[in-house]
Ligand binder design. Structure first.
Ligand code: G1P
Length: 292
């Protein structure tokens, strides 16, 4: 197995029903947090971790994602003509020249596991990352995926990004039971998709960050529809861990659940408070609002 993770899969074929009508014609991954779409935060985290091939698993209505990471000739010409050099840089430098984008259409949305399985031909025989853009993770120091790549380099096995959640919320996540091996790391003994709180093996939830060995593709082929009638990545991981070590890693950084309206609003407020251009005015505005 190679020592570095060079490819990341971004499943972006979901319908985004929780954000309708905003997502009727626009992908949910293109919802902006302040001035960048969610998917760009995810891509930037991947690039910071050394990823060189970005594999988007897309569906219908997702062309905006392809366009976002492509060259925008007309817009670039226009900005150049108007001498807006700084703005031009913002849209030109999203993807560095050495990075390749691959878009794969998932004809039917049969679940996260099915989506990841579509990447098999592009991934080949190497370990790779999966990033769910719904989970925006802010770690100013290094980035969640960079931390996980370090863990992979040391242990050479699959790594799941996990977080302690409120025990009443287990039905929204893949939940793991791990044996601690120190340093925020555990060896996963069990993983269950969206268990009821009374059935959950712990409150350690998988959030949208995975490093997986290519063996996962064999396991995905064996998985039948699980929770919600979908082909679940969690179920393939459950098979994988019978054969190979799978680690859980409690990353440092703050996660925003942008798959929910409240999480998305919180992300918008907190990222707004960090935004160079806006933070002072926005803070003053919020303070005024609270004092009213
Ligand atoms: C997916 C996974 C789940 C994971 C979650 C993290 O669920 O199936 O195991 O915990 O992402 O956000 P979804 O949120 O797509 O229903």
């Amino acid at each position: 197995m190679k020592n570095a993770i060079k490819k990341a899969v971004f499943p972006v074929a979901g319908m985004g029903t929780r954000f309708l009508p905003a997502t009727k014609a626009n992908p949910k991954e293109m919802l902006p947090v302040v001035d960048k779409p969610l998917i760009q935060y995810a891509v930037e985290e991947a690039l910071a971790a050394g990823i060189e091939v970005l594999v988007f698993i897309t569906g219908s209505n997702k062309r905006a994602i392809e366009d976002h990471f492509d060259k925008a000739y007309e817009l670039e010409n226009e900005l150049e003509l108007r001498g807006k050099t700084e703005t031009l840089k913002l849209i030109q430098n999203i993807i560095p020249p050495h990075v390749t984008c691959v878009h794969i259409r998932q004809a039917e949305a049969l679940g996260l596991g099915h989506a990841v399985g579509r990447a098999k031909a592009v991934i080949g025989d190497e370990a790779f990352a999966v990033i769910l853009a719904d989970d925006l993770i802010d770690d100013q120091a290094s980035g969640c995926l960079s931390q996980m790549v370090q863990v992979f380099k040391e242990w050479q096995c699959s790594v799941l990004g996990v977080e302690r959640i409120d025990p009443t919320e287990t039905q929204s996540y893949g939940i793991v039971r791990s044996n601690s091996i120190g340093n925020n790391l555990g060896r996963v003994e069990e993983i269950v998709e969206k268990p009821k709180p009374e059935k959950a093996p712990s409150n350690l939830a998988v959030v949208g960050r995975y490093i997986l060995t290519p063996k996962i593709f064999d396991k995905l082929d064996l998985v039948t529809p699980g929770a919600g009638g979908e082909i679940q990545l969690t179920d393939a991981i459950a098979l994988l861990l019978k054969e190979q070590a799978v680690l859980s890693y409690e990353f440092s950084g703050k996660r925003y659940d942008c798959g929910s309206k409240l999480g998305y609003l919180i992300a918008t407020v907190e990222q707004g408070l960090q935004h160079e251009e806006l933070k002072e005015e926005f803070k003053a505005y919020l303070q005024g609002l609270i004092l009213e």
